[in-house]
Design a protein around this ligand. Sequence first.
Ligand code: ADP
Ligand code: MN
Length: 171
Amino acid sequence: MRSKPNILVTGTPGTGKTTTSSALAEATHLRHINIGDLVKDKKLHDGWDDELQCYIINEDLVCDELEDTMEEGGNIVDYHGCDFFPERLFDRVVVLQTENSVLYDRLSKRGYTGAKLTNNIECEIFQELLEEAKESYREEIVVAMKSNTVDDMNRNVTTITEWVSSWGSTT
Ligand code: ADP
Ligand code: MN
């Protein structure tokens, strides 16, 4: 068993993965890995998708890059996808969820419009990330958490921090 757990924080863009993960990293002293930033910084992509306005992630390169760090444990991985990581990498998979109207405002503020905006709202309506997580990981390690308000976020950080503290001490 790893001495410290690996946690995946996933959800539709705008649900609060990065904000939650950095607060969680501060509270737990685990390492926050933002996959979007990693892909950009280490060029783990196959170019830029003009239509979707994002890098075309190379999943194999990402998994290779993460291998040693994940083996060590103690990582919070932040990404809006979850089906391409090896299942054994994670001890907890957190799926953040946000009400449509709240998400709509957050993504508009971020400058999303047109198909990019509606695709993400649909992704949230159909709970695509929760489905993907349940298909990819054992059901007992997948937890959905509401992320509508700052109170929600603080509560989520506290809940996950308590779980991290108890890691290894449970028999
Ligand atoms: P993601 O990484 O999932 O795309 P972010 O963490 O970047 O989402 O959050 C998107 C925006 O929404 C940010 O402006 C952030 O401050 C805000 N936000 C995120 N989670 C919450 C929350 N639970 N309550 C209120 N605002 C939030
Ligand atoms: Mn983010």
